[in-house]
Design a binder for this molecule. Structure first.
Ligand code: SF4
Ligand code: SF4
Length: 379
């Protein structure tokens, strides 16, 4: 039997439209009773990457999660909302700015700080990592990502959103342990296989293309997407947005591990969004795919010519969040107007870019990568 992926048209974030779109989506996937049982604790995991207002399309829109909270309650279960921001700093500020503190208060639903919960350790390929216990304890995890591009993983949606189940600074430390996109994506795939959510509902009403996950181009797609298989969901979105599957390394890792399906012939598209989408291909960052084509030994040799690094703009208010977020201590604050980078230490993980609340960090790329971007080098 093919795996269902549903698309539900939704022109904007008005509560009425979102609730109608969620109802349609759940109906097309078989009805919420397929997953949710009365009395269960259901953990909703949005993408609360950093402290941005919902209109910036960096985080899952709170109205989408509100509609899901109501659907879960109507099925007789108890929803909680939980996430860990891209680093462990100032999570309350993230809740405030993203609108989740207000929304969860209005809905009388606990907003769980995964930074403060206990965790369970696992070992993958010799590396120990910890997953927040509330995620493992919940009867059902409903994954609620925002559809965006990502400079390291190319796509961030169902699979990448599970990275937020890792509490604390390990999120930045793991970037140091897996410095290339392929290595990082292999870990990401292992993590997804471990915490596999029962259902994923993705916010693609306004998505982000280009230099995501924080400074890309806002792109109106006008739908919610859902599936019980997050791998199939990500693969289907790649297919309909014309993103080559081989540009998203974690999909290959999951296929090799036998988790989910990325095979278009095994996916059944349902819903009320006409396909194929009448829009140009989704613009994705080129950096990760080029870095993945270069063997690690060669990457070390050509490192002076192949890199992505942060550049700081006049928006900087010297809050220091990027300095704290950098896993390799490549940034420092001194008397100057903005952080100072030690280029040879930078691993291009984008954590500073993700955490900056002022959009003051632009990821720049070397001359060689720029040539590739302009089509002067083979892809
Ligand atoms: S670049 Fe952003 S995060 Fe870093 S110090 Fe400036 S404002 Fe803060
Ligand atoms: S400077 Fe930014 S991109 Fe470079 S390693 Fe530190 S956090 Fe990552």
């Amino acid at each position: 039997m093919r795996t269902k992926v549903a698309l539900s048209a939704c022109p904007d974030y008005s509560p009425a439209n979102i609730q109608a779109a969620i109802a349609k989506l759940l109906g097309d996937l078989g009805g919420i009773a397929t997953w949710v049982r009365p009395g269960q604790t259901v953990l909703l995991k949005p993408n609360l990457l950093s402290a941005r207002t919902p209109d910036r399309a960096v985080t899952t829109h709170p109205e989408v999660v509100r509609a899901m909270i109501r659907a879960v309650k109507a099925a007789g279960a108890s929803p909680i909302v939980a996430d860990s921001a891209c680093n462990a700093i100032q999570i309350e500020r993230v809740w405030d700015k993203t609108g989740f503190k207000a929304m969860c208060g209005e809905e009388s639903v606990p907003l769980v700080n995964l930074e403060k919960s206990s965790s369970v350790q696992f070992n993958w390929a010799g590396v120990v990592y910890s997953v927040a216990k509330p995620v493992l304890d919940a009867a059902l995890v409903i994954n609620m990502p925002k559809l965006k591009t990502h400079m390291l993983t190319v796509l961030t949606n169902a699979v990448k959103n599970m990275y937020g189940t890792l509490p604390g600074f390990q999120k930045t430390i793991l970037h140091k342990q897996y410095p290339t996109p392929n290595q990082f994506c292999a870990f990401l795939a292992a993590l997804y296989a471990r915490v596999k959510p029962g259902l994923t509902i993705s916010d693609a009403v306004i998505a982000m293309a280009g230099n995501g996950p924080t400074s890309g181009d806002l792109t109106h797609l006008g739908f919610l997407a859902g599936s019980p298989d997050g791998v199939a969901l990500d693969a289907a979105l790649c297919h309909i947005l014309k993103i080559p599957l081989n540009k998203v390394p974690y999909l290959g890792s999951l296929q090799r591990a036998g988790v989910g399906t990325a095979d278009w012939s095994q996916i059944e598209m349902v819903g009320n969004v006409p396909l194929p989408l009448q829009r140009p291909p989704f613009h994705i960052p080129v950096t990760a795919s080029l870095l993945n084509q270069i063997p690690i030994w060669l990457l070390k040799l050509v490192a002076p010519y192949v890199w992505i690094r942060p550049a700081f703009t006049a928006r900087c208010v010297k809050c220091g969040l990027c300095v704290k977020a950098c896993p390799v201590k490549a940034l420092r604050l001194n008397e100057g107007p903005m952080p100072v980078l030690t280029p040879t230490a930078c691993i291009g993980c984008c954590c500073c870019h993700e955490v900056c609340p002022e959009r003051a960090v632009e990821m720049t790329q070397s001359f060689l990568l720029n040539l590739r971007k302009r089509g002067k080098l083979p892809s």
